[in-house]
Design a protein around this ligand. Structure first.
Ligand SMILES: C[S@@+](CC[C@H](N)C(=O)[O-])C[C@H]1O[C@@H](n2cnc3c(N)ncnc32)[C@H](O)[C@@H]1O
Length: 282
């Protein structure tokens, strides 16, 4: 069987099953099986696929037809310039979260350059934001906190692989009120989807952990906990960087106390949505 014929069959089959972006999904999966990049496969449709590779590709396509996210099938997700192991224990890190991590990194570079700092990643999941910051700032230490013990197990596997385990403390907590310490930066991508919206989400999103999605009745229940505790946990001049649903930073801004924060900002993501809540402690 050739790569081109196999791809065409897979694309038709994914399309018939209502899977979004059938071409890209089939190409990524075949590229993982053949260990070639997508362009090589597209440009060389006559490439021979062995029977064992064909079986593996068939299994990947079967999983994709069930709505399993590509990253779970492949077992990894790139986050800026690190690669994380991901599976059904954790949310698949999203591109907008890379932007949040980069804002936090700019803040650290401008305010705490070269200094040993403590960072808190609240709702760490796979560890994406916090681990990327640890790789970038060798003097930093991280507390990776999550309510899900399973997510923390996945985060530990990533920390070992990225060789930053000894700079990370793992905290299995339900609320930031259980944490103590002094942090220069708090990053958080809390669950922020209103509970009532969740049943209508795509099968891909619904195969991610419910706990990683559910932000309570108005989507802000965990974000409010983080904002409430951040004033106590941050050092003076420290910053809170939180990702929320489009428009929600403006809502949360009204709930932040002017006595604690010297600056509160809502920042747009690359698609122009008010997505990031940034607060700097007085
Ligand atoms: C949207 S995911 C973000 C995961 C990761 N930080 C990322 O950006 O890809 C939210 C994470 O918060 C965790 N979580 C949900 N409710 C929580 C709570 N009350 N306290 C701590 N963590 C919570 C979930 O288990 C999940 O790992």
């Amino acid at each position: 069987m050739t790569a081109g014929k196999l791809l065409n069959e897979a694309i038709s089959s994914l399309r018939e099953n209502g899977i979004d972006e059938p071409e890209a999904n089939a190409q990524w999966l075949l590229s993982a099986v053949l260990k070639k990049n997508r362009a090589q496969i597209i440009l060389n449709p006559e490439t021979e696929v062995s029977p064992s590779q064909e079986i593996m590709f068939g299994e990947y396509i079967r999983q994709k037809k069930q709505g399993i996210p590509l990253a779970y099938i492949l077992g990894t997700q790139d986050f800026i310039d690190i690669t994380l192991k991901v599976d059904s224990r954790v949310l698949v890190p999203r591109p907008e979260t890379e932007e949040l991590a980069e804002y936090a990194a700019e803040f650290i570079s401008s305010k705490f350059s070269g200094i040993s700092i403590n960072i808190l990643d609240y709702g760490a999941g796979s560890g994406a934001i916090g681990f990327w910051l640890l790789k970038k700032f060798p003097n930093a230490r991280l507390t990776a906190a999550d309510k899900s013990a399973e997510a923390l197990e996945c985060a530990k596997e990533n920390a070992r692989q990225l060789r930053i385990y000894d700079r990370t403390l793992f905290a299995n907590v339900e609320t930031p009120n259980s944490l103590s310490g002094h942090y220069s930066v708090i990053v958080s991508n809390p669950p922020y989807i209103p509970s009532a919206v969740i049943p209508g989400l795509s099968p891909e999103v619904l195969s991610e952990p419910y706990m990683a999605l559910d932000g309570g009745s108005d989507g802000l229940s965990v974000a409010r906990l983080v904002l409430g505790a951040a004033g106590r946990l941050l050092v003076p001049g420290g910053g809170l960087f939180m990702e929320l649903s489009g428009g929600d930073p403006l809502r949360l801004k009204h709930e932040a106390s002017n006595d604690i924060w010297k600056e509160i900002r809502s920042v747009q993501d690359f698609s122009g949505q008010q997505r990031f809540f940034v607060a700097i402690k007085a």
